[in-house]
Design a binder for this molecule. Structure first.
Ligand code: HEC
Ligand code: HEC
Length: 420
């Protein structure tokens, strides 16, 4: 007992100490003479939101069954998600675009987008080097001042492109218990398919969690992804990621170009929320893609999907756990993914990330496929057919069976996938 008590005391004081450090770090102006506060922003008033009409739901609707207060959070969050950041508001100094919606709009606000971002790194005898000291692993394509413009470092020998994913229904995916995803990974390997769950440390709670968002399942929560996107796509620092990206890793350039005190995202007096929280609210309350009625062709396609082994990875459905939000509590989630990482052979992007090895990719959910072309992590496939043909590694057997289908069966499978 005594040992446990003193150990936890030690842990506690270590925690208190690390908190002091964090406060000291984020408490800028840190002596930087021009550490201005973020400019007060008047964002556009939220567009009105109507609850979805039963049987007539559309892409971009809020979840059915939200309370009036939750609908207001959705509207406010969507306005923040659509808001364009300015340099005075914290944008940059290096960034990829100035709003979330700029890359997430196919079908409706929150959709995928044909935009790709660039990741790089270097393979060394000691393993993969994300070249952080040169601004890696993500390239920011643009800068508030041309002197900050990043380039892919000359010594990078892995350069990969990733396109944005659709965000419809992500609140449901977030509400799937870790244990459910872990149990998917414990199924017996069959047909050459294994699959492993992505173990991450959630930067919001500092707890070990099962990652599920992103092409490598690299984040577990929407708030963590939101904070990550504010920092890495827009250059907006927050309480979760208070440190700015230096242009190609150069601290002098950062000091010269970054004029807004960190963290830049603070509570907006008008809403009482930070931007990272508002955008996370929007994604959490965004309804899943509305399925089309199952035609006879699509029903036949659904059977083929199971028979040729697609459903082993593209698991048709999981169920959420208990949630304080009734619309997310104990709901079916027909996402068509096991949320596991699979060795995709030649299709892998060469970038390891936590549990994910260079060839591992997260099974892409297939719901809403009809509005998210082009396909695959780098958008190389213009059609669903091309996406299936590019499957490799653990998915090779299923792909080969697809190739042997009759033209009519392939059409039925396409009709099914188009209805999800
Ligand atoms: C420059 C384009 C760009 C901008 C701007 C952008 N994103 Fe993304 N988003 C992407 C890409 C690319 C991915 C896939 C990233 C990966 O997995 O490596 C992505 C993935 C995501 C995911 C993971 C979704 C899933 O299916 O698992 C979330 C959540 C997300 N973005 C939220 C946001 C939010 C919130 C903002 C605004 C703060 C934002 N994004 C701004 C390009 C962008
Ligand atoms: C071993 C697991 C596995 C099997 C089996 C599998 N897939 Fe996939 N699928 C994936 C992964 C992983 C991705 C994402 C790969 C990437 O983009 O790099 C993916 C992506 C896709 C995409 C593109 C989705 C998007 O949004 O870009 C489609 C369509 C697809 N799969 C359909 C199928 C069909 C149809 C079958 C059966 C013939 C199948 N898959 C079998 C793992 C699998």
């Amino acid at each position: 007992m005594k040992t446990t008590a003193s150990t936890s005391l030690l842990l506690l004081s270590a925690l208190a100490f690390s908190q002091v450090v964090v406060i000291a770090q984020s408490g800028r102006p840190d002596g930087r003479p021009d550490g201005r506060m973020r400019a007060q922003r008047g964002i556009a008033p939220p567009r009105p939101v109507a609850p979805p009409q039963p049987g007539r739901s559309r892409f971009g609707d809020p979840l059915p069954g939200l309370t009036a207060a939750q609908l207001a959070d959705f509207a406010q969050g969507r306005a923040e998600f659509e808001n364009r950041e300015s340099p005075d508001g914290g944008l940059g100094p290096v960034f990829n675009n100035s709003s979330c919606v700029a890359c997430h709009a196919s079908g409706a606000t929150g959709g995928a987008g044909p935009v790709t971002v660039t990741r790089f790194g270097r393979n060394t005898p000691q393993g993969f080097d994300p070249l952080t000291e040169l601004g890696g692993p993500l390239l920011q394509m643009t800068a508030t001042d041309f002197t900050g413009q990043e380039i892919v470092p000359f010594n990078a020998d892995v350069v990969a492109h990733r396109q944005s994913t659709p965000l419809f229904g992500l609140g449901l995916i977030e509400a799937i218990p870790d244990a459910t995803i872990i149990s998917n990974a414990q199924r017996l390997a069959s047909d050459g398919v294994r699959g492993k769950f992505s173990a991450v440390l959630d930067p919001v709670s500092n707890q070990p969690r099962v990652g599920r968002f992103g092409w490598k399942a690299q984040q577990a929560t929407l708030l963590a992804f939101s904070a990550d996107a504010y920092l890495n796509e827009m250059g907006v620092t927050s309480r979760i990621f208070p440190e700015e990206n230096a242009p190609n890793g150069n601290p002098d350039l950062l000091a010269a170009l970054d004029h807004v005190a960190d963290p830049e995202d603070t509570v907006d007096p008008a809403t009482g929320k930070s931007d990272i929280d508002a955008s996370a609210d929007f994604m959490q309350l965004l309804a899943p893609p509305p399925p089309l009625p199952l035609t006879a062709g699509a029903a036949a396609g659904s059977r083929i999907f199971n028979q040729i082994g697609c459903a082993v990875c593209h698991l048709p459905s999981m169920t959420t756990g208990l949630s304080p939000i009734a619309a997310l509590s104990l709901k079916p989630v027909p996402l068509y993914s096991d949320l596991l990482l699979h060795d995709m052979g030649e299709l892998g992007d060469g970038i390891p990330d936590g549990t994910a090895g260079p060839r591992d990719m997260r099974t892409a959910p297939l719901w809403g496929l009809r509005v998210s072309a082009p396909y695959l992590h780098d958008g190389r496939a213009a059609t669903v057919d091309a996406a299936i043909k590019a499957h490799d590694g653990e998915a090779r057997n299923a792909r080969d069976r697809y190739l042997r289908l009759r033209a009519m069966e392939q059409r039925q499978l396409a009709e099914f996938l188009n209805s999800l």
